[in-house]
Design a protein around this ligand. Sequence first.
Ligand code: FES
Length: 109
Amino acid sequence: MTERIRVAPLADLPDGRGVRVEAAGHRIAVFRVGGDVYALDDRCSHAEASLAEGEVFEGSVECPRHGSEFDLTTGEPGSFPATTPVAVYATEVVDGDVYLILERAEVAS
Ligand code: FES
């Protein structure tokens, strides 16, 4: 069972930057890179900085506080000080609108 949550029109998301979305009890960082959309937990696994405020480059987002880079596809950290991945969420674009696809287990009650 999944929950599909509309975020915004793709055209309204800034290219190459993140936006913070509150959805189903989660704070989620959504990134548009060209026509692709990625979604990660917005709390850095090191000290909870907002990844939505990080800089995006080469398939990763750099945490704005201490600089760990997280892969936009896997959530894996590619550099210290973070050593734990952040959760990633499925996304889709349908008729120009961006959706988050959350599994039931990801939806807070
Ligand atoms: S808070 Fe993100 S690397 Fe420290």
